[in-house]
Design a protein around this ligand. Structure first.
Ligand code: SF4
Ligand code: SF4
Length: 407
């Protein structure tokens, strides 16, 4: 009989049989159904927009006695919320910064978090009454930098389309969503998302990788339900990987990219069966953007089966338009005319949808709605990065650097 503790012991002895979710799904697709003795741990991951992400920070900004209590704070121009500890006369500020707070339409909390984790210099401005304090600092100068995700790794998220003639500005589009029924935007990494697999282990106190660093599950996230669960989690920002997080510019302002990975123990036939779920078996509700009501249903097979995982660049097609719309619309600022910075590209497909010369091309798939095949024009989740996080976690489990218990 396998238990979490017996599998944990195998991990400690570097004897656990570990697979990524993608490896298991490939086996299932090829008719090689694994047995309970073949698999001890499966690593799952997801990467995408997760608006419910915030940072809790604490740092020195002035000498003790210089001010009584902070009234306002900005980091690289992104507003935070001072408190709750007043730190009276200590010269210290505690604050929360939301991933969705913004300096302007192109820079917000998600961008700030990535810059912090990259080790970039951050400009901090604090006011207290009529006193102003400013300091440049890196994450090493910040005593506490903890990320809290209030709602992450949502199970079967929703695809959105627009029934109206008018263009609808929304966080689910980078251009404004065109209608009627001209395009669909999708979120979710489908079959490799931990919440699509065996969630019985994903409870309060279980370890989870957040943005490539170690974290812990706090419990169910906001809006979590039995049929569509998600998790909340906490992690030290100082252990994170900047390539596994960031900002994403939408037609309704900057959003926050966050990633999760979890090592799921396979203890019994039920957990084994659950991790064999495939994209085509996972429901993807399709909703009208203005009311958010689901009107139809597709599956993640429409999004991830037989579609392009990356963007093809045919540079010679570029005619050097006056202003490059593909560059302007790229939500991660990964694009220069006819060139993509793969370190920042999340394979969302927006450039392929807007470049008139098809310099960028990708088959993002289609969703059937009212007898129409509506093209997917934007993916707000990156399956490549999610798979990379599964690979990273697999190596950590195989080498005994990641266990199934936090404490
Ligand atoms: S929109 Fe396309 S064709 Fe125009 S400059 Fe950009 S890459 Fe070149
Ligand atoms: S797919 Fe294109 S638009 Fe999307 S992040 Fe990559 S370069 Fe930018």
């Amino acid at each position: 009989m396998k238990t979490i503790d017996s599998i944990d012991s195998l991990i400690k002895g570097k004897k656990a049989k570990v697979y990524t979710a993608a490896e298991i799904k490939d086996m299932v697709r090829n008719g090689r159904i694994p047995s309970i003795d073949d698999v001890d741990v499966v690593t799952c991951g997801t990467f995408g927009i997760m608006s419910g992400t915030m940072a809790i920070l604490s740092f020195d900004i002035a000498e003790p006695g210089a001010f009584a209590k902070a009234d306002s704070i900005e980091l690289n121009g992104v507003p935070g919320i001072p408190g709750p500890c007043p730190n009276e006369n200590l010269g210290i500020v505690d604050c929360a910064v939301y991933g969705t707070s913004k300096r302007d339409g192109r820079y917000g909390g998600g961008h700030l978090f990535r810059d912090m984790v990259s080790g970039s210099m951050i400009k901090v401005d604090v006011t207290s009454g009529n006193k102003k304090f400013a300091r440049n600092m890196t994450i090493d100068d910040i005593a506490t930098a903890r990320m809290i995700v209030t709602r992450g790794a949502f199970r079967n998220y929703t695809a959105f389309l627009n029934h109206d003639e008018r263009i609808y500005n929304t966080i689910f589009s980078v251009t404004g969503m065109k209608g009627p029924l001209k395009e669909v935007s999708v979120s979710g990494c489908g079959e490799i998302n931990p919440m699509q697999n065996d969630i019985s282990y994903l409870r309060e106190g279980a370890p989870v990788m957040v943005n490539g660093g170690p974290g812990v599950i706090l419990g169910p996230g906001t809006r979590s339900s039995v049929s569509r669960p998600n998790i909340s989690a906490s992690a030290d920002m100082k252990g994170m990987d900047p390539d596994m997080m960031g900002g994403f510019i939408t037609s309704n302002g900057p959003e926050c990219l966050t990633s999760f990975a979890a090592a799921l123990p396979i203890t019994d036939e039920m957990s084994l069966r659950r991790i064999m779920v495939l994209d085509s078996e996972i429901d993807l509700p399709v909703a009208e953007i203005s009311t958010r009501t689901a009107k139809a249903s597709a599956s993640y097979g429409n999004v991830w089966e037989g579609t392009s995982r990356s963007i093809t660049v045919t540079a010679h097609r570029c005619v050097s338009c006056g202003s490059c719309e593909a560059q302007e619309r790229c939500p991660t600022e990964a694009l220069r005319p006819a060139h993509i910075d793969t370190g920042r590209c999340v394979a969302c497909g927006a450039c392929a949808s807007v470049c008139p010369e098809r310099v960028f091309s990708a088959d993002l798939g289609r969703i059937r709605y009212d007898d129409r095949a509506v093209p997917i024009t934007l993916r707000q989740s990156d399956r490549n990065r999610a798979e990379a996080s599964c690979e990273k976690l697999k190596k950590m489990v195989e080498t005994g650097k990641w266990g199934l218990r936090c404490f």
